[in-house]
Ligand binder design. Structure first.
Ligand code: DC
Length: 225
């Protein structure tokens, strides 16, 4: 892998890594990889084509051929286009998140998405957000973070995000769903959710976005000179 600077931010669902990663990418004017979006897109494409999420071979082939574009916008999240159709909101539903963690179990899917994720590493640098960015996709990253927070705190944050986007949400259901998703993400055999040995771990339960961002940035000074 090249010397191109890469900063990875991993952690469980709803921990705030998306927000922190995007803030960091914008602050540095670097590229941004939302790897979860690729798993969400794979699951959405499978559902739309009537392919069972458990069918590892068919879903793996689908992941390899995914016709997807990310179109940056001035503020906020990039527009996501699948098969020439905008799916920005469709991949953000609670169901799409659960579906993503089901297809993410298949080694065929993870292998198909590996190079696609590495291709995001372009000058001047990349901030990569996910579950296995520091362990599998960018093991040579110059700086690795692993964010954590209690399931309850994460469910409350996700609830707020969904409501703000005008989507349906149920707090008790979200806590349960987050716990189940954690369980699946941590216990799968291919690239399970875990901190890289050289990751800096930050518990965000009691911290606001600004505080976490400041902490992350302080740890990146020597990487981004
Ligand atoms: O970050 P997210 O909520 O968009 O991710 C959705 C699911 O995708 C997550 O539950 C597991 C899977 N995922 C993964 O296995 N590896 C990644 N690098 C990113 C996401």
């Amino acid at each position: 892998m090249s010397k191109l600077p890469v900063i990875t931010i991993d952690g469980p669902s709803g921990v705030g890594k998306g927000t922190i990663s995007q803030l960091l990418a914008r602050h540095l004017d670097w590229h941004f990889l939302d790897s979860g979006a690729l798993y969400r897109l794979t699951a959405l494409a499978a559902r739309r084509r009537g392919i069972a999420l458990e069918d590892s071979e068919a879903v793996g082939l689908l992941a390899a051929e995914l016709a997807v574009r990310f179109e940056p916008v001035a503020q906020g999240e990039a527009r996501v286009i699948l098969d020439n159709q905008e799916v920005t909101n469709d991949i953000r539903t609670a169901q799409a998140g659960v579906d993503a963690s089901v297809v993410a179990v298949h080694p065929s899917v993870r292998a198909a998405l590996l190079q696609r994720q590495r291709d995001f590493a372009q000058p001047p640098g990349l901030v990569a957000d996910g579950r296995d960015m520091g362990t599998t996709v960018f093991p040579q990253a110059q700086r690795k973070f692993f964010l954590t927070a209690s399931a309850r705190v994460r469910a409350e944050r996700r609830y707020k995000q969904l409501i703000e986007k005008g989507l349906d949400a149920n707090l008790a259901g979200l806590v349960e769903e987050i716990e189940q998703r954690d369980e699946r993400d941590r216990n799968r055999s291919a690239s399970p959710l875990r901190p890289a040995d050289d990751a800096i771990c930050i518990d965000t339960s009691e911290k606001g976005i600004e505080a976490v961002f400041a902490e992350v940035l302080a740890h990146c000074q020597d990487v981004v000179i």
